[in-house]
Design a protein around this ligand. Sequence first.
Ligand SMILES: [Zn+2]
Length: 565
Amino acid sequence: MTTAYGRLTLAEIYNEMDSLASSYPEFVTVTTTQDEFGLPSSCRSFESQHVGCITKYLVIEDPLVYSNSIAGKALKRRPDVFLSGALHGDERVGPVAILEVAKLLALAASCESGQATGSSECNNFYSNFTARQAGWLARLVATRRIVILPAANAKGYHLNNRYEKYVYDNGSTLSIDPNRDFSFDNSPSNCMRSIAARSINELFHEYLFQMSMTYHGGIESISFEWGALSIPLNKVSPDDIGQRILAEKMSLFAGELSPSTYYTTGDMNDVVYGVYGGFEDWVYAGSWKTDMTVQCSPNTYGGYDASKTSYDDATLNTFNILVETSNSKNPASSAYGSDTSLLDAPFLYDANVDNGYATKHVRTALMAIDAVEPYVEINRCKGKRYNQEYKPLRALTNRWSKRYKKIRSKFGSKPKVWWSVGGSFTVDETFIIYGKWSDLPSTFNGLNQPSHTDVISLMSNSNFYTTKTKSGSTRWSDPTSATVPSFAARIKTSKFASGDLIAVFAIAKVDQNWSLQPNNIWPNVSVQSHMVKIRTDSNYNKNKNDREVQGQLYWVSVPLSMKIK
Ligand SMILES: [Zn+2]
């Protein structure tokens, strides 16, 4: 059954958020930045009060998957992703698209957890998505924490106005552009004036976002930092290569805008225009390009504590992709598309019937959630397929896959193991490593990523065998292809004895080209973002609150357990 997307009012969006939280309380929490962070209402007491006075957001996470005490490291490192729409209140597609992302993920997690098996919602879900797609969506919920702020400028969205209008005590008004209201390349009195910007600021203090999407409208492009006016002409960011690859692949995954035409991609200064005080550059560089940040002293809403605009070295190192969804800021409902063939590549132009503007950006958001962290999955051995490795709401225990991901092989046979690499774009190296569970160091528990030293020492451990190193692609190498690239290698069971229990890991090193730099970077520093560092620097470690970002060169799969007959 097809669900068509279409225009939504703020009241409709907020109602849908509330009903998600009541339908899927295990996965979805809804709150407001007023309740959570004590921000003021964006409507003064003497103004008319309406639904747009408060700023609602939701958080999607699996509370159980890493709840076992030995999964502490995995929980701490589970990456945070931020999706936001409508910094400009009259740009209407983004909020709908990311609300649909929330609905889809919550539904997928619920159906895949097995708790709602047989419900009409799940039956409908499984009629729209293959087992592999369903497993992928549920995996995103289990392995990421996703924060969705559909209408950052809630007041503007409710009133269909670009600006957040502030009314002074004397009745005079100030139309604040929330995307000029951040503390980067700006002056202290001109930032954090809006509740929209403060809401985002509070969320960045609370979470440790590695990846962020910001949805606008009025043109059609997918762009990335730099986008600040004070950046010298023709200069690109130190993380340009990774940002550029991600935006280009995202454009392909969004699909065709017209036959053979895709979203234009590039850095904002080039394809959109630079601004003072933009969200994007603030979030990318506020933690390290500190000579361009300021402490804000706005005179709106009773002021804002200056300490709220000082940052540690982990908060603002985020990729923030700016999507301009459509030439019309407010396209007709009939151009929003539907969930039909949502994940079935290629995403050809169909006059926006199914592959509409919201459909395209359900996809770009899903890609962002996936790409935040590389992973490797063993998905086939002999005739057996493994579609859903992480079952939502299953608390993983030490070496859990010994029971859940297992196969038997005859002594002397050479079973073929298939695996694929996700959350990344190019596979530089990948191979299988295998040996007896009983010889495996305890750090390989199928939950936490082993440290770089642990992986290297396993590779030189004579009780373990590695297959030939390969290189190749991921599903993001060509997002318009319906085929998910995979790798295969054979296990030599003759190395073991009948009755032995073998752990088989797939390992991959990915996206090493992201750390390369063109010669027109500015400033002249090494790569700075979590997104690049996490995959290219095994010494990279940043901490904030209860969160941690740890670089890995080798990403290790959950092991397949093989019993030798
Ligand atoms: Zn905009």
